[in-house]
Design a protein around this ligand. Structure first.
Ligand SMILES: Cc1ncc(COP(=O)(O)O)c(C=O)c1O
Length: 431
Protein backbone atom coordinates (compact mmCIF):
# COMPACT_ATOMS: atom_id res chain seq x y z
CA UNK A 1 0.00 0.00 0.00
CA UNK A 2 1.31 3.47 -0.86
CA UNK A 3 1.91 5.73 2.11
CA UNK A 4 2.83 9.38 2.36
CA UNK A 5 6.40 8.43 1.38
CA UNK A 6 7.81 11.46 -0.29
CA UNK A 7 6.14 13.64 -2.85
CA UNK A 8 8.32 12.52 -5.72
CA UNK A 9 7.60 8.85 -5.11
CA UNK A 10 4.64 7.96 -2.87
CA UNK A 11 5.64 4.26 -3.02
CA UNK A 12 9.05 4.77 -1.49
CA UNK A 13 8.11 3.28 1.91
CA UNK A 14 6.68 0.17 0.37
CA UNK A 15 9.72 -0.99 -1.58
CA UNK A 16 11.40 -4.25 -0.61
CA UNK A 17 14.66 -3.76 1.22
CA UNK A 18 16.56 -4.97 -1.86
CA UNK A 19 15.06 -2.14 -3.94
CA UNK A 20 16.19 0.44 -1.40
CA UNK A 21 19.83 -0.32 -2.19
CA UNK A 22 19.22 0.12 -5.91
CA UNK A 23 20.30 3.73 -6.13
CA UNK A 24 21.31 5.93 -9.04
CA UNK A 25 24.65 7.63 -8.83
CA UNK A 26 25.02 11.33 -8.16
CA UNK A 27 27.47 11.40 -11.05
CA UNK A 28 24.86 9.98 -13.41
CA UNK A 29 23.87 13.44 -14.61
CA UNK A 30 27.48 13.99 -15.61
CA UNK A 31 27.28 10.99 -17.91
CA UNK A 32 24.26 12.55 -19.61
CA UNK A 33 26.48 15.55 -20.37
CA UNK A 34 29.33 13.24 -21.35
CA UNK A 35 27.26 11.74 -24.16
CA UNK A 36 27.27 15.10 -26.00
CA UNK A 37 29.30 14.81 -29.24
CA UNK A 38 31.86 17.44 -28.25
CA UNK A 39 32.86 15.36 -25.22
CA UNK A 40 35.40 12.58 -25.83
CA UNK A 41 33.97 9.78 -23.75
CA UNK A 42 36.51 7.29 -22.47
CA UNK A 43 33.79 6.21 -20.03
CA UNK A 44 31.33 3.73 -21.53
CA UNK A 45 32.52 0.32 -22.73
CA UNK A 46 30.41 0.21 -25.87
CA UNK A 47 31.61 -2.20 -28.58
CA UNK A 48 32.25 -0.50 -31.92
CA UNK A 49 29.26 -2.01 -33.73
CA UNK A 50 29.76 0.24 -36.78
CA UNK A 51 32.55 -2.18 -37.76
CA UNK A 52 29.93 -4.88 -38.27
CA UNK A 53 28.16 -5.10 -41.64
CA UNK A 54 24.63 -3.87 -40.98
CA UNK A 55 23.66 -5.15 -44.39
CA UNK A 56 24.68 -8.70 -43.52
CA UNK A 57 22.81 -8.44 -40.22
CA UNK A 58 19.71 -7.12 -41.98
CA UNK A 59 19.85 -9.95 -44.52
CA UNK A 60 20.34 -12.49 -41.74
CA UNK A 61 17.27 -11.36 -39.82
CA UNK A 62 15.23 -11.19 -43.04
CA UNK A 63 16.27 -14.73 -44.01
CA UNK A 64 15.39 -16.09 -40.57
CA UNK A 65 11.91 -14.57 -40.72
CA UNK A 66 11.39 -15.75 -44.29
CA UNK A 67 12.63 -19.28 -43.81
CA UNK A 68 11.81 -19.98 -40.15
CA UNK A 69 9.20 -17.34 -39.35
CA UNK A 70 6.84 -19.60 -37.46
CA UNK A 71 9.58 -20.68 -35.08
CA UNK A 72 11.36 -17.32 -34.92
CA UNK A 73 8.20 -15.45 -33.97
CA UNK A 74 7.02 -18.04 -31.46
CA UNK A 75 7.85 -18.73 -27.79
CA UNK A 76 10.77 -21.09 -27.45
CA UNK A 77 12.68 -23.21 -24.99
CA UNK A 78 13.49 -21.68 -21.60
CA UNK A 79 16.99 -23.08 -21.84
CA UNK A 80 17.51 -21.61 -25.30
CA UNK A 81 17.40 -22.86 -28.87
CA UNK A 82 19.16 -26.22 -29.14
CA UNK A 83 20.96 -25.46 -32.41
CA UNK A 84 22.50 -22.31 -30.96
CA UNK A 85 23.44 -24.18 -27.78
CA UNK A 86 25.33 -26.64 -29.95
CA UNK A 87 27.16 -23.79 -31.68
CA UNK A 88 27.98 -22.26 -28.29
CA UNK A 89 29.77 -25.49 -27.33
CA UNK A 90 32.02 -24.86 -30.34
CA UNK A 91 32.56 -21.22 -29.35
CA UNK A 92 33.56 -22.12 -25.78
CA UNK A 93 35.85 -24.87 -27.12
CA UNK A 94 38.07 -21.99 -28.31
CA UNK A 95 38.86 -21.45 -24.61
CA UNK A 96 39.29 -25.24 -24.19
CA UNK A 97 35.97 -25.64 -22.36
CA UNK A 98 34.47 -29.01 -23.31
CA UNK A 99 30.75 -29.17 -22.75
CA UNK A 100 27.46 -30.55 -24.02
CA UNK A 101 24.54 -28.45 -25.34
CA UNK A 102 22.47 -29.76 -22.38
CA UNK A 103 24.71 -27.84 -20.00
CA UNK A 104 24.36 -24.51 -21.78
CA UNK A 105 21.70 -22.01 -20.70
CA UNK A 106 21.09 -19.08 -23.03
CA UNK A 107 20.36 -15.78 -21.29
CA UNK A 108 19.63 -12.19 -22.24
CA UNK A 109 23.33 -11.28 -22.11
CA UNK A 110 25.75 -12.63 -19.54
CA UNK A 111 24.50 -9.91 -17.21
CA UNK A 112 21.32 -11.92 -16.82
CA UNK A 113 23.33 -15.06 -16.15
CA UNK A 114 25.02 -13.29 -13.23
CA UNK A 115 21.61 -12.31 -11.90
CA UNK A 116 20.26 -15.86 -12.19
CA UNK A 117 23.26 -17.40 -10.44
CA UNK A 118 23.02 -15.00 -7.53
CA UNK A 119 19.26 -15.54 -7.35
CA UNK A 120 19.79 -19.29 -7.18
CA UNK A 121 22.67 -19.23 -4.68
CA UNK A 122 22.63 -16.20 -2.43
CA UNK A 123 20.62 -15.38 0.65
CA UNK A 124 20.99 -11.88 2.10
CA UNK A 125 24.43 -11.45 3.77
CA UNK A 126 25.99 -14.43 1.98
CA UNK A 127 29.52 -13.53 0.99
CA UNK A 128 30.65 -13.10 -2.61
CA UNK A 129 34.40 -12.70 -3.17
CA UNK A 130 35.33 -10.41 -6.03
CA UNK A 131 38.43 -8.82 -7.51
CA UNK A 132 39.72 -5.39 -6.52
CA UNK A 133 38.27 -3.67 -8.56
CA UNK A 134 35.33 -5.58 -10.08
CA UNK A 135 32.69 -5.23 -12.81
CA UNK A 136 30.10 -2.63 -11.89
CA UNK A 137 27.19 -4.60 -13.38
CA UNK A 138 27.96 -7.63 -11.20
CA UNK A 139 28.36 -5.47 -8.10
CA UNK A 140 24.88 -4.10 -8.83
CA UNK A 141 23.48 -7.64 -8.84
CA UNK A 142 25.24 -8.54 -5.57
CA UNK A 143 23.84 -5.39 -3.96
CA UNK A 144 20.35 -6.07 -5.27
CA UNK A 145 20.36 -9.51 -3.62
CA UNK A 146 21.83 -8.00 -0.42
CA UNK A 147 25.04 -10.02 -0.58
CA UNK A 148 28.08 -9.15 1.43
CA UNK A 149 30.77 -8.30 -1.13
CA UNK A 150 34.41 -8.84 -0.16
CA UNK A 151 37.00 -7.28 -2.46
CA UNK A 152 40.06 -9.52 -2.53
CA UNK A 153 43.43 -7.90 -3.15
CA UNK A 154 44.62 -8.15 -6.74
CA UNK A 155 48.10 -7.79 -8.22
CA UNK A 156 49.43 -7.52 -11.76
CA UNK A 157 47.95 -10.96 -12.53
CA UNK A 158 44.54 -10.09 -11.12
CA UNK A 159 42.90 -11.92 -8.22
CA UNK A 160 45.53 -12.97 -5.68
CA UNK A 161 44.99 -16.59 -4.49
CA UNK A 162 46.73 -16.14 -1.12
CA UNK A 163 44.61 -13.10 -0.36
CA UNK A 164 41.54 -15.04 -1.53
CA UNK A 165 42.32 -17.90 0.84
CA UNK A 166 42.78 -15.45 3.72
CA UNK A 167 39.58 -13.56 2.90
CA UNK A 168 37.57 -16.80 2.88
CA UNK A 169 39.07 -17.89 6.22
CA UNK A 170 38.33 -14.48 7.72
CA UNK A 171 34.72 -14.59 6.55
CA UNK A 172 34.27 -18.04 8.09
CA UNK A 173 35.86 -16.88 11.36
CA UNK A 174 33.38 -14.00 11.44
CA UNK A 175 30.55 -16.51 11.20
CA UNK A 176 29.60 -15.50 7.66
CA UNK A 177 28.55 -17.78 4.83
CA UNK A 178 30.91 -17.70 1.84
CA UNK A 179 28.98 -18.50 -1.36
CA UNK A 180 30.65 -17.51 -4.59
CA UNK A 181 33.95 -16.42 -6.06
CA UNK A 182 33.22 -14.07 -8.95
CA UNK A 183 36.17 -13.55 -11.28
CA UNK A 184 36.84 -12.12 -14.74
CA UNK A 185 40.16 -13.83 -15.56
CA UNK A 186 40.68 -12.40 -19.03
CA UNK A 187 41.06 -8.69 -19.92
CA UNK A 188 39.18 -7.84 -16.77
CA UNK A 189 36.61 -5.08 -16.57
CA UNK A 190 37.74 -2.58 -15.31
CA UNK A 191 41.45 -3.33 -14.75
CA UNK A 192 42.30 -4.83 -18.17
CA UNK A 193 44.38 -7.49 -16.33
CA UNK A 194 44.63 -11.17 -17.27
CA UNK A 195 45.38 -14.13 -15.01
CA UNK A 196 48.05 -16.46 -16.39
CA UNK A 197 47.51 -20.25 -16.41
CA UNK A 198 49.29 -20.79 -13.10
CA UNK A 199 47.20 -18.13 -11.40
CA UNK A 200 43.98 -19.67 -12.72
CA UNK A 201 44.96 -23.06 -11.33
CA UNK A 202 45.84 -21.55 -7.94
CA UNK A 203 42.48 -19.83 -7.72
CA UNK A 204 40.74 -23.06 -8.61
CA UNK A 205 42.65 -24.88 -5.84
CA UNK A 206 41.58 -22.29 -3.26
CA UNK A 207 37.97 -22.58 -4.40
CA UNK A 208 38.06 -26.37 -4.14
CA UNK A 209 39.75 -26.29 -0.75
CA UNK A 210 36.86 -24.21 0.60
CA UNK A 211 34.20 -25.93 -1.44
CA UNK A 212 33.21 -22.71 -3.15
CA UNK A 213 31.72 -22.26 -6.60
CA UNK A 214 33.61 -20.07 -9.07
CA UNK A 215 31.62 -17.85 -11.39
CA UNK A 216 33.99 -17.31 -14.31
CA UNK A 217 32.79 -14.32 -16.32
CA UNK A 218 34.57 -14.37 -19.67
CA UNK A 219 33.04 -12.06 -22.29
CA UNK A 220 36.32 -10.63 -23.68
CA UNK A 221 38.34 -13.81 -24.30
CA UNK A 222 38.26 -13.70 -28.13
CA UNK A 223 39.52 -10.13 -28.10
CA UNK A 224 43.14 -11.09 -27.35
CA UNK A 225 45.32 -8.76 -29.40
CA UNK A 226 47.75 -11.57 -30.23
CA UNK A 227 44.89 -13.86 -31.23
CA UNK A 228 45.83 -16.42 -28.53
CA UNK A 229 42.66 -17.22 -26.57
CA UNK A 230 43.47 -17.89 -22.89
CA UNK A 231 42.46 -21.24 -21.42
CA UNK A 232 39.36 -20.89 -19.25
CA UNK A 233 39.35 -21.99 -15.59
CA UNK A 234 36.32 -24.12 -16.42
CA UNK A 235 38.50 -26.08 -18.90
CA UNK A 236 40.23 -27.63 -15.86
CA UNK A 237 37.17 -28.23 -13.73
CA UNK A 238 33.62 -28.69 -14.93
CA UNK A 239 32.20 -29.35 -11.45
CA UNK A 240 33.22 -26.25 -9.52
CA UNK A 241 32.93 -23.54 -12.16
CA UNK A 242 29.99 -21.86 -13.84
CA UNK A 243 31.33 -20.34 -17.04
CA UNK A 244 29.69 -17.24 -18.54
CA UNK A 245 30.06 -15.98 -22.07
CA UNK A 246 28.41 -13.53 -24.41
CA UNK A 247 28.05 -12.47 -28.02
CA UNK A 248 28.00 -8.83 -26.90
CA UNK A 249 31.68 -8.16 -27.58
CA UNK A 250 32.15 -10.51 -30.55
CA UNK A 251 28.93 -9.79 -32.46
CA UNK A 252 26.80 -7.04 -30.91
CA UNK A 253 25.44 -6.20 -27.44
CA UNK A 254 22.09 -5.20 -28.94
CA UNK A 255 21.46 -8.89 -29.58
CA UNK A 256 21.35 -9.47 -25.82
CA UNK A 257 22.51 -13.07 -26.07
CA UNK A 258 24.86 -14.60 -23.54
CA UNK A 259 25.10 -17.95 -21.80
CA UNK A 260 26.05 -19.94 -18.75
CA UNK A 261 27.78 -23.32 -18.94
CA UNK A 262 26.94 -24.95 -15.64
CA UNK A 263 27.20 -28.24 -13.78
CA UNK A 264 24.06 -30.28 -14.38
CA UNK A 265 22.08 -29.54 -11.19
CA UNK A 266 22.86 -25.86 -11.27
CA UNK A 267 21.87 -25.71 -14.91
CA UNK A 268 18.36 -26.95 -14.07
CA UNK A 269 17.92 -24.28 -11.42
CA UNK A 270 19.19 -21.59 -13.79
CA UNK A 271 16.63 -22.62 -16.41
CA UNK A 272 13.80 -22.44 -13.87
CA UNK A 273 15.02 -19.05 -12.64
CA UNK A 274 15.32 -17.82 -16.23
CA UNK A 275 11.81 -19.00 -17.09
CA UNK A 276 10.41 -17.09 -14.16
CA UNK A 277 12.25 -13.96 -15.33
CA UNK A 278 11.51 -14.07 -19.07
CA UNK A 279 9.90 -17.40 -20.05
CA UNK A 280 12.42 -17.86 -22.84
CA UNK A 281 15.10 -15.91 -24.69
CA UNK A 282 14.09 -14.38 -28.03
CA UNK A 283 13.83 -17.07 -30.70
CA UNK A 284 14.24 -14.49 -33.43
CA UNK A 285 17.56 -13.22 -32.15
CA UNK A 286 18.88 -16.68 -31.30
CA UNK A 287 18.09 -17.96 -34.78
CA UNK A 288 19.69 -14.88 -36.34
CA UNK A 289 22.89 -15.45 -34.34
CA UNK A 290 22.81 -19.12 -35.22
CA UNK A 291 22.47 -18.27 -38.92
CA UNK A 292 25.23 -15.66 -38.66
CA UNK A 293 27.63 -18.11 -37.00
CA UNK A 294 26.84 -20.74 -39.64
CA UNK A 295 26.91 -18.62 -42.78
CA UNK A 296 29.37 -15.81 -42.09
CA UNK A 297 33.13 -15.88 -41.46
CA UNK A 298 32.40 -14.62 -37.96
CA UNK A 299 35.88 -15.25 -36.57
CA UNK A 300 37.22 -13.02 -39.35
CA UNK A 301 34.87 -10.32 -38.09
CA UNK A 302 36.20 -10.84 -34.55
CA UNK A 303 39.69 -10.35 -35.99
CA UNK A 304 38.53 -7.05 -37.49
CA UNK A 305 37.31 -5.99 -34.03
CA UNK A 306 40.57 -7.11 -32.42
CA UNK A 307 42.73 -5.15 -34.83
CA UNK A 308 40.59 -2.09 -34.44
CA UNK A 309 40.72 -2.28 -30.64
CA UNK A 310 44.48 -2.89 -30.71
CA UNK A 311 45.00 0.30 -32.70
CA UNK A 312 42.86 2.17 -30.18
CA UNK A 313 44.65 0.65 -27.22
CA UNK A 314 47.96 1.77 -28.69
CA UNK A 315 46.57 5.26 -29.22
CA UNK A 316 45.55 5.33 -25.56
CA UNK A 317 48.81 3.99 -24.15
CA UNK A 318 51.02 6.14 -26.39
CA UNK A 319 49.14 9.31 -25.59
CA UNK A 320 49.04 8.58 -21.84
CA UNK A 321 52.85 8.34 -21.98
CA UNK A 322 52.98 11.76 -23.62
CA UNK A 323 50.31 13.63 -21.66
CA UNK A 324 49.99 12.17 -18.16
CA UNK A 325 52.21 13.66 -15.47
CA UNK A 326 54.83 11.64 -13.59
CA UNK A 327 53.36 9.63 -10.75
CA UNK A 328 50.38 8.49 -12.85
CA UNK A 329 50.43 4.78 -13.73
CA UNK A 330 48.18 2.52 -15.79
CA UNK A 331 47.68 -1.08 -16.87
CA UNK A 332 48.60 -2.22 -20.39
CA UNK A 333 45.83 -4.62 -21.43
CA UNK A 334 46.59 -7.46 -23.85
CA UNK A 335 43.01 -7.50 -25.08
CA UNK A 336 39.53 -6.24 -24.29
CA UNK A 337 38.41 -2.67 -23.76
CA UNK A 338 39.94 -1.09 -20.65
CA UNK A 339 42.96 0.42 -18.97
CA UNK A 340 42.96 1.17 -15.23
CA UNK A 341 44.73 4.36 -14.28
CA UNK A 342 46.13 5.23 -10.86
CA UNK A 343 46.55 8.94 -10.14
CA UNK A 344 49.27 10.33 -7.88
CA UNK A 345 48.88 10.06 -4.11
CA UNK A 346 46.11 12.19 -2.63
CA UNK A 347 44.09 12.56 -5.86
CA UNK A 348 40.35 11.98 -5.99
CA UNK A 349 39.17 10.85 -9.44
CA UNK A 350 35.53 11.46 -8.54
CA UNK A 351 35.99 15.07 -7.53
CA UNK A 352 38.08 15.62 -10.66
CA UNK A 353 35.32 14.38 -12.98
CA UNK A 354 33.27 17.61 -13.24
CA UNK A 355 36.45 19.45 -14.26
CA UNK A 356 37.19 16.77 -16.83
CA UNK A 357 33.69 16.96 -18.27
CA UNK A 358 34.04 20.78 -18.49
CA UNK A 359 37.27 20.12 -20.40
CA UNK A 360 35.21 17.84 -22.70
CA UNK A 361 36.55 14.46 -21.68
CA UNK A 362 34.86 11.77 -19.58
CA UNK A 363 35.98 8.67 -17.69
CA UNK A 364 34.57 6.45 -14.98
CA UNK A 365 35.89 7.12 -11.45
CA UNK A 366 37.37 4.07 -9.73
CA UNK A 367 35.06 4.06 -6.70
CA UNK A 368 32.25 2.73 -8.89
CA UNK A 369 34.08 -0.58 -9.18
CA UNK A 370 34.17 -1.15 -5.44
CA UNK A 371 31.50 -1.53 -2.80
CA UNK A 372 33.75 -0.23 -0.04
CA UNK A 373 34.96 3.22 -1.13
CA UNK A 374 38.32 2.03 -2.43
CA UNK A 375 39.43 3.27 -5.83
CA UNK A 376 39.36 7.01 -5.20
CA UNK A 377 42.72 7.47 -6.94
CA UNK A 378 41.67 5.33 -9.91
CA UNK A 379 39.81 5.79 -13.12
CA UNK A 380 38.79 3.45 -15.89
CA UNK A 381 39.50 4.49 -19.46
CA UNK A 382 37.78 2.60 -22.29
CA UNK A 383 39.37 2.60 -25.71
CA UNK A 384 36.78 0.53 -27.59
CA UNK A 385 34.50 3.21 -28.99
CA UNK A 386 36.25 6.49 -29.90
CA UNK A 387 38.55 6.63 -32.94
CA UNK A 388 42.33 6.75 -32.27
CA UNK A 389 42.31 10.50 -33.05
CA UNK A 390 39.53 11.13 -30.54
CA UNK A 391 41.30 8.99 -27.95
CA UNK A 392 44.49 11.01 -28.39
CA UNK A 393 42.57 14.26 -28.03
CA UNK A 394 40.67 12.93 -25.00
CA UNK A 395 43.90 11.88 -23.27
CA UNK A 396 45.48 15.26 -24.06
CA UNK A 397 42.51 16.99 -22.41
CA UNK A 398 42.62 14.64 -19.45
CA UNK A 399 46.35 15.17 -18.99
CA UNK A 400 45.66 18.89 -18.89
CA UNK A 401 42.97 18.38 -16.21
CA UNK A 402 45.33 16.27 -14.08
CA UNK A 403 48.00 18.98 -14.33
CA UNK A 404 45.49 21.66 -13.35
CA UNK A 405 44.52 19.49 -10.41
CA UNK A 406 48.16 19.33 -9.35
CA UNK A 407 48.38 23.14 -9.58
CA UNK A 408 45.17 23.56 -7.59
CA UNK A 409 46.39 21.18 -4.93
CA UNK A 410 49.70 23.00 -4.72
CA UNK A 411 47.89 26.30 -4.33
CA UNK A 412 44.86 25.42 -2.19
CA UNK A 413 45.46 21.93 -0.79
CA UNK A 414 42.77 19.26 -1.31
CA UNK A 415 40.21 20.07 -4.03
CA UNK A 416 36.66 19.10 -4.92
CA UNK A 417 33.82 17.69 -2.86
CA UNK A 418 31.81 15.43 -5.14
CA UNK A 419 32.01 11.88 -3.84
CA UNK A 420 30.39 8.85 -5.44
CA UNK A 421 28.67 6.43 -3.11
CA UNK A 422 30.73 3.30 -3.48
CA UNK A 423 29.39 0.80 -6.00
CA UNK A 424 26.41 2.95 -6.88
CA UNK A 425 27.18 3.71 -10.50
CA UNK A 426 24.26 2.70 -12.64
CA UNK A 427 25.45 -0.05 -14.93
CA UNK A 428 24.10 1.08 -18.34
CA UNK A 429 25.96 4.37 -18.04
CA UNK A 430 29.35 2.82 -17.59
CA UNK A 431 29.10 -0.84 -18.57
C1 LIG B 1 32.78 -8.48 -17.18
C2 LIG B 1 31.45 -8.32 -17.81
N1 LIG B 1 30.51 -9.24 -17.57
C3 LIG B 1 29.30 -9.15 -18.11
C4 LIG B 1 28.96 -8.10 -18.94
C5 LIG B 1 27.57 -8.04 -19.50
O1 LIG B 1 27.57 -8.31 -20.85
P1 LIG B 1 26.29 -8.73 -21.64
O2 LIG B 1 26.10 -7.70 -22.68
O3 LIG B 1 26.60 -10.08 -22.19
O4 LIG B 1 25.14 -8.79 -20.69
C6 LIG B 1 29.91 -7.11 -19.21
C7 LIG B 1 29.57 -5.95 -20.04
O5 LIG B 1 30.31 -5.06 -20.24
C8 LIG B 1 31.19 -7.23 -18.63
O6 LIG B 1 32.15 -6.32 -18.84
Amino acid sequence: MATEGNRLDPWVDTYASRAKVMTASEIRSLFAVASRPEVVSLAGGMPFVSALSHEIMGDTFARVIKEKGNVALQYGSGQGEVGLREQITEVVALTKVQTHPDDVVITAGSQMAIDLIVRVFCNPNDVVFVESPSYVGALGVFRAYECDVVHVASDELGLNPTALDEAIKTAVKLGKTPKLIYTIPTFQNPSGLTQDDKRRKEILEVAKKHNLLIVEDDPYNLLAFDGMVPRAIRADDADNVVYLGSFSKTIAPGMRVGWAVAPHGIREKLVLASESAMLCPSNLVQLAISDYLKNQPWLEQVKVFRELYLERRDALLDSMKIHFPAGTTWTEPLGGFYSWVTLPEGFDATSMLPRAVSALVAYVPGTGFYTDRQGSRNLRLSFCYPTPERIKEGVRRLGEVIRQEIDLRNTFGVTGNLSAQSGDLTAPDVI
